[in-house]
Ligand binder design. Structure first.
Ligand code: NAP
Length: 453
């Protein structure tokens, strides 16, 4: 699939740019990430140990009852329905992480093409079909449907042969699909990766020593890609001080100089405006706005401000505003900052900026945030999700509908498998992964010991 996508060449990038407004250089990078992800999964499944083979040998002489021979491994669930998001037309779309991990698990896939980039979907879908044919995979390994109506997607969710759903997109869409899957006669798991506000804590000594650098880095993270990332830092929390005031002024200044940017769709741009207005109606104030644009698809960056007291009182302040804005929440003291952290719901990430002394002193904050998010970042920024074996791109509800999983990285494969146990099977009937002689030479848990021989 990776080879076939690369063979599409420049027309894929051009088409994608025309449909999304994203610059070609960004899309070329995203294509690299997409094919890199496909190749990483190929390597992962070839290595083979991911099936988590477990063997507990028979003990016929055990008293009072003999122990049977028991073996288990992960097997694919079956056909998976996939919904991609508009903001990553390659890496979270037709051949994105959800499709890749489902195919790698051995599942077939039915993709709902995203109406914001249908031509891109069609090109990539054709590339996958070519790969299916070239490699002699069965007909129906991959299929895709188009349609600018939610009914098209819901038909996939309702189809009796579908065994799981992978979704990346908005909270509204993910929750609707989750509810629909649970209304089925036979409910199926929905792995919906939805919105997140990704809180960033800036601790006192870091503010004093690195406030200016952090404000620049933060502004870049907030406005990158016109803020259209699920890992966009949408809340910044700090304690009131003179350094905090200087930090906020620096951030306001940088945001003010940010040029307006074209958003992915008119609907996303309107939702961004509405989201900012909703915050303003909730007692939040604007501290600065980026440069204005004239086009109807263009959005200006926005820095908002509220007290921790308001944040503690009104849950809507924590909701995702998808676009180039962030809300700075100022606490009167450390206790109020901890209360604000305690009040957070589930997010994909949380970030802490702190010196070593800060991090020692605020250790309890780390413990608290571990319960709230899937990924913790120290002295960095949440945007930019590494595709690797240990990545966790997930988090407690409402950032996802199942916090036990990730949608990025090779561990995403475990969403689409289930364990099957084989008791007293003759060797000839066992899958190769569980055969006595370990013909695939994979790591297995044999009588409690991890072994490859
Ligand atoms: P979206 O509007 O939810 O659309 C995603 C897909 O779901 C589309 O194919 C859409 O089809 C379908 N859909 C939406 N509502 C539906 C419903 N009620 N019933 C059936 N299908 C439905 O999301 P988006 O605007 O493309 O993407 C932006 C959002 O994705 C942001 O909130 C962002 O934070 C989030 N996101 C999350 C991650 C993550 O990993 N957590 C990554 C990227 C983006 P139709 O258009 O036909 O309705």
């Amino acid at each position: 699939i990776a080879d076939e996508i690369m063979a599409l060449g420049d027309p894929l990038i051009q088409r994608c740019s025309e449909e999304t407004g994203l610059p070609e250089v960004r899309l070329t990078g995203e294509r690299g990430r997409t094919v890199g992800q496909l190749r990483l999964f190929a390597q992962f499944v070839r290595e083979g140990s991911w099936v988590d083979a477990r063997i507990d040998g028979a003990e016929p002489d055990r008293k009072p009852v003999p122990r049977p021979d028991v073996r288990s491994m992960m097997k694919p669930l079956g056909p998976v329905g996939i919904f991609g998001a508009s903001n990553f037309p390659l890496a979270f779309s037709v051949a994105g992480g959800d499709t890749t991990s489902a195919l790698a698990a051995g599942c077939t896939v039915v993709v709902k093409a995203h109406p914001a980039h249908p031509g891109t979907c069609e090109l990539v879908g054709t590339a996958i079909l070519n790969a299916v044919r070239r490699t002699g995979m069965p007909e129906g390994t991959f299929s895709m449907v188009h349609g600018p109506s939610v009914d098209v997607g819901l038909a996939i969710v309702r189809h009796p042969l579908i065994t799981a759903i992978g979704f990346t997109g908005s909270f509204k869409g993910g929750k609707a699909i989750f509810d629909e899957a649970n209304r089925r006669k036979v409910p199926v798991p929905v792995y919906a990766e939805m919105g997140s506000t990704n809180p960033v804590f800036v601790l006192p000594r870091a503010l004093t020593l690195h406030g200016e650098a952090i404000s620049m880095g933060l502004a870049a993270s907030v406005t990158q890609g016109v803020g259209q990332f699920c890992t966009n830092p949408g809340i910044v929390l700090l304690e009131h001080s003179a350094d905090a005031t200087a930090f906020k002024a620096g951030l306001a200044n940088t945001i003010e100089q940010t040029p307006a940017g074209i958003m992915l769709t008119g609907a996303i741009r309107n939702n961004f405006q509405k989201g900012v207005e909703k915050l303003l109606a909730s007692g939040v104030s604007i501290s600065s706005r980026g440069q204005a644009g004239s086009d109807g698809m263009v959005a200006s960056a926005c820095l908002l401000e509220a007290s921790a007291r308001s944040f503690l009182e009104d849950h809507t302040l924590e909701e995702e505003v998808f676009g180039p804005s962030t809300l700075v929440v100022t606490a009167d003291n450390r206790a109020e900052l901890t209360d604000a952290a305690q009040k957070l719901s589930g997010h994909l990430t949380a970030t802490i900026h702190g010196t070593e002394e800060d991090l020692t002193e605020y250790r309890d904050l780390i413990g608290l945030l571990e319960q709230k998010v899937g990924r913790l970042v120290i002295n960095g920024y949440p945007t930019g999700v590494e595709v690797c074996h240990s990545m966790v791109h997930g988090g407690p509800y409402p950032s996802t509908t199942d916090s036990r999983s990730t949608s990025v990285g090779t561990a995403a494969i475990f969403r689409f498998v289930r364990p099957v146990c084989y008791q007293n099977f003759p060797d000839s009937l066992l899958p190769d992964e569980l055969k006595e002689g370990n013909p695939l030479k994979i790591w297995r848990l044999v009588n409690g010991n991890r072994k490859i021989d």
